[in-house]
Design a binder for this molecule. Structure first.
Ligand code: TUI
Length: 313
């Protein structure tokens, strides 16, 4: 179903910034929301009180709608769910799980709930529970990913549910947005492109690594653990893959992965850190403000869509 996401969420452009643990903090989120998109605060690296502090700071930085993402695998997911209700967060996205324990509380509080899903079955289950939209996230995305590509996933989810579908994975410009529209998407979620936004406080080494990335630079580690994660191939990813080939025990993999994202984001360690990135990093070639990114995306998008209509005449 084509739905009007802008009306649903009270935003200007159908552009959503994907949550990135350790990365999408109030600085980036407020910049995206103030520019007319939907900024999404990541909480995968926070506990309940850390999340409350981030939300309060964000509220000081923007009057526009924003979202908070709950990483359902997080040990703090329950605390964070309580905090987002107390803080009356207007939009809640979820990831890395198919059960939202606190869904009723979110709905009663008046929040719009938008889970990120990797498959038709999970989309249908959530739609039945009354969520407002879903983000269909293809395996091209960075971070924790499903197996199906955006190209195959989006139209199948669109046919399966009667709520708006937001496309994610492999989108970094107006062409990607136009392509997703053709597949039936109502809006677009982008992570990697916003990672290099001027307002994004990620370590400069991380930004440079994205800016110089090529199409084939990412790989998925963690397939053996059931939690595959797309990262830029480096010393850390190779070590992880070697352990997986040796069928190393889960604890050993966990030990190697522990703190690895923080190492990349905060310390700028591009060899021993986990440099999460989407496959589209090769297309991301300049640092711009969130406003410049959103306006350029939308300009490209509308121009392509108008040209496509003209071709029909
Ligand atoms: O959540 C994400 N991407 C993420 S979370 C994250 S934080 C992290 N840090 C260290 C290691 C691992 C993760 C980094 N990137 N995207 C949304 C997403 N959700 N992608 C896939 C899914 C998903 C997968 C399975 C949603 C539901 C689902 O249900 C199946 C089940 O078994 O629960």
């Amino acid at each position: 179903m084509y739905g009007n996401i802008c009306e649903l969420l009270g935003i200007e452009y159908p552009i959503i910034q994907g949550a990135m643990a350790w990365i999408s903090n109030p600085e980036l989120v407020s910049a995206v929301s103030n520019a007319g998109g939907l900024g999404v605060l990541a909480t995968g690296h926070l506990d309940g009180e850390g999340c409350r502090k981030a939300i309060r700071r964000l509220k000081e930085m923007t009057d526009r709608p924003y979202a908070v993402n709950i990483m359902l695998l997080s040990t703090f997911a329950d605390e964070i769910a309580k905090v987002v209700c107390e803080e009356r967060v207007p939009v809640i996205t979820t990831g890395a799980g198919s059960t939202i324990t606190h869904l009723k509380a979110f709905q009663e509080m008046g929040a719009k709930v938008i889970p990120v899903i990797p498959s038709v079955a999970i989309a249908k289950r959530f739609a039945k529970e009354g969520v407002n939209a879903v983000v269909a996230e293809g395996t091209e995305s960075g971070g924790h990913v499903g197996k199906t590509t955006t190209m195959a996933l989006v139209p199948q989810v669109v046919d399966a549910v009667d709520i708006p579908v937001i496309a994610a994975g492999g989108i970094a410009d107006g062409r990607g947005m136009a392509a997703a529209t053709m597949l039936g998407a109502s809006a677009f979620q982008l992570g990697t492109r916003f990672l290099v936004a001027k307002e994004c406080t990620v370590h400069p080494n991380y930004k440079q690594r994205i800016l110089k990335a090529k199409d084939i630079d990412t790989t998925t580690t963690g397939l053996s653990t059931g939690h595959p994660v797309r990262v830029i191939r480096n010393k850390m990813a190779r070590a992880y893959e070697a352990l997986e080939r040796e069928n190393a025990p889960a604890e050993k993999l966990e030990e190697l992965g522990k703190g690895a994202l923080r190492k990349a984001v905060t310390d700028g360690d591009m060899e021993n850190g986990s440099v999460m990135s989407g496959q589209i990093a090769g297309l991301v070639s300049k640092e711009q403000t969130a406003k410049e990114i959103i306006e350029e995306l939308y300009k490209e998008y509308t121009s392509i869509m108008k040209n496509a209509v003209n071709l029909m005449r």
